[in-house]
Design a protein around this ligand. Structure first.
Ligand SMILES: [Zn+2]
Length: 439
């Protein structure tokens, strides 16, 4: 049974342009019913009041690229270039470790970590997404889920042909769902054939669902695709008709000047993952150039193996700082621009702009509430600046999805955190034994 809720706080961030001071948000049956100044509120109505006082209420953050289950392998292989890291460590380890039991033990941990960072929707590319969907559902969070497709066996499918059938059944099963959003997720242009990419695109068109892919992540990939096809990665994808507004391209670092126009014209969405890119020395995504060309740029954490956390507040701050260094321009990527990337632009990339991304009447009540009480947050002049440059995930007071507090005051309402911690200990033991040969 859903409860009618009245939230009050010092700042309500409607979107990147507008906020209300000393405001309220009214929520009924999981939908935002009203937003305004507290003094204009008619207090007669029967709502459960949550007065957060000195706090920011923001639209829930949207993490547009992750591999949630990889929290189980956090810190397992660090300080390596992407190609070695993937081929020598991650892919062999995944074939050994990743099964339904691994998913059961890791996804709740990833969800707990994301909720404590104010994330209300995440986009996942991994394996056993049918099981991930069930777990996400049980926690009340939202997720866009794309079963990993490569031209070879995955932990979930020995035969790549069977993945496509799975994707189709999965898409149909969740067609009308408002928590689980199926997607098609071919891994990357270098790990999937043209046929696989086109089949993926067909499914995305048939079901009107997002098309998730890693593109132009490393210089190696850029050169490899040029050698194979005579074109840079995005030009190649454009030449086979892959690019459109359903595509969410993760990383997108190695982009030629001439490709900016293509991306704008095709309305491709970019998921910028600055910390993963920095850790793997992949490079810096040209976000400022993308924005100049009207390209929709969003924020993702990537998996916890290449980050090594799912902290979107930290990711926002890094995204801004790293762009200022890339352009040697302190005006590049302001706090408000970053805020928009993590909220409204994320919603737009998922095709959910009418339901998510801003605090407006009629939208789903997905909110992140950030306390401004800690000494390191004083004084306060601009809530956007504070949120992006000063706050930490530990300042997150509550995270609400669909009008329900899933995380509040350090407590999880839909996750048995003791069981989660016990299970992840078992994963650690397994990795010590199977990967590090400790006995
Ligand atoms: Zn990734």
């Amino acid at each position: 049974m859903s409860e009618n809720i009245l939230i009050k706080a010092r700042y309500i961030l409607i979107n990147a342009e507008r906020y209300i001071e000393n405001g309220y948000v009214l929520i009924k049956d999981g939908i935002i019913e009203g937003v305004g100044k507290a003094e204009d509120l008619n207090e007669d109505e029967n709502y459960a009041l949550f007065n957060f006082g000195n706090a920011i209420v923001a639209p829930g953050f949207i993490n547009t690229h992750t591999h949630a289950a990889m929290v189980g392998m956090r810190g397992m292989a660090d300080d390596l270039p992407l190609k070695t890291w993937l081929e020598k460590y991650i892919w062999p380890a995944e074939l050994k470790l990743v099964n339904r039991e691994f998913i059961m033990k890791t996804i709740p941990l990833a969800i707990a970590e994301m909720l404590s960072s104010g994330i209300t929707t995440f986009v996942d590319m991994y394996f056993f997404e049918d099981l991930t969907a069930e777990i996400v559902k049980s926690t009340g969070m939202r997720a866009v889920l794309g079963e990993g497709i490569i031209d070879g066996p995955t932990p979930a499918f020995e035969n790549p042909k069977n993945v496509m059938d799975f994707v189709e059944v999965f898409a149909r099963n969740y067609e009308k769902d408002s928590f689980i959003f199926p997607a098609v997720a071919p891994h990357a242009p270098y790990s999937t054939s043209k046929e696989t990419l086109l089949k993926s695109k067909q499914l995305s068109e048939k079901y009107g669902i997002p098309l998730l892919i890693h593109v132009a992540e490393t210089r190696w990939e850029f050169e490899e695709i040029k050698t194979r096809y005579g074109l840079a990665p995005f030009s190649y994808l454009n030449s086979i008709g892959f690019l459109d507004e359903k595509v969410i391209a993760a990383h997108s670092i190695w982009v030629e000047e001439s490709e900016l126009e293509i991306l704008g014209k095709r309305k491709v969405n970019i998921s910028h993952n600055p910390e993963s890119n920095a850790k793997l020395s992949s490079g810096i995504c040209p976000v400022s150039d993308f924005l100049k060309h009207g390209i929709n740029v969003t924020i993702g954490t990537d998996g916890a193996c290449s980050n090594n956390n799912l902290d979107i507040i930290e990711e926002m701050r890094t995204a801004s700082f790293i762009q200022k260094i890339r352009t040697m321009n302190p005006e590049a990527l302001s706090a408000r621009e970053i805020f928009k990337m993590a909220t409204e632009s994320g919603a737009r990339a998922l095709g959910l702009a009418e339901k998510l991304g801003t605090i407006e009447k009629g939208k789903w009540a997905d909110l992140a509430i950030i306390s401004l009480d800690s000494p390191g947050l004083q004084p306060i002049f601009d809530p956007y600046s504070h949120l992006v440059y000063t706050c930490k995930s530990s300042d997150i007071k509550a995270t609400m999805v669909d009008g329900k507090f899933l995380y509040i005051g350090g407590q999880y309402h839909t996750i048995d955190i003791d069981a989660v911690m016990y299970n992840i200990q078992k994963v650690e033991e397994l990795i010590r034994k199977e990967i590090f040969n400790e006995h």
